[in-house]
Design a binder for this molecule. Sequence first.
Ligand SMILES: [Zn+2]
Ligand SMILES: [Zn+2]
Ligand SMILES: [Zn+2]
Length: 295
Amino acid sequence: MTSVTTKSRIQEYLSSHSDSPTLNASEIGRKVGTSRQRVCQILEDLGEDRHKRSVKALQHVCPVCDKKISRNAKHCKEHSIVRQDRQEGFNYMCRSCHQYKPLELFAKSARHFSGYETRCLDCKAEWQRRYNRTRKGKESHLKANRKSAQKHPERIRAYYQVYKAVRRGDLIKPSVCEERNCSNTTVRATHVDYHRPLAVRWLCALHAKRNTSVRSGHIPNQLEEQFRDYVFTQIDHTNSATRWINALKNHFNGAEISYSLLLDAINSSYPIPGLGRQFRIKARHFLDNVIKSLD
Ligand SMILES: [Zn+2]
Ligand SMILES: [Zn+2]
Ligand SMILES: [Zn+2]
């Protein structure tokens, strides 16, 4: 059996290197004629740990306090020369394009020592664009989009309303960012409140990113969500609920969907545009069965 001979040859190697502080698994692999992975496996079986990287790393110590440090470090965290923290209002060099740019053009990052990435947003975007064109990039992009859509359906709905309004000509996309002193020409609709999908500010990517605090606090309207879910189980057509809710909001001047509002719409003596017989049936059934059963 080959594994036995491999093992015995490794044991042979070990007995001749019993006093060396570290073992190089790749080197042993080359000598014995097997892969590094196999060597590691066998060394593991033999109870050896001199080939492990962590052991190697911990052999280095800080010259000041004798604390164990990684292989590439010169001092421990405490004794290394602390680089100056990055400050707003100063320019820093992008490691990728080598241009000096203000700090706000660098993405924040918890992984970096300074708290900011070393490449500027433009370079990051360029990299992202290139990554998104690869197969792996496309897959992860799609996955992220689906996940976000599942978590925040109101966002997708709001953006869809904006898209339709722009197509109808109700909303006009400006050619420049609305933030003061910004001349970026690539703008996107930024919502303040997803309950008012057409109340948008047109901002560039940078300023849209900096205005997220309002949007993250979205509180979904419970009744509206229930109504959507109900309609979706009744009619296998995702758009019906949205059409009706928009018609309701249009008719009642953008009021929130409530029990009394639905009741008013059902019992209205005159026809409301967009809310036909089908709506009355479904909405009445919803109020009578779904909402009543919750109490
Ligand atoms: Zn130290
Ligand atoms: Zn750059
Ligand atoms: Zn801007």
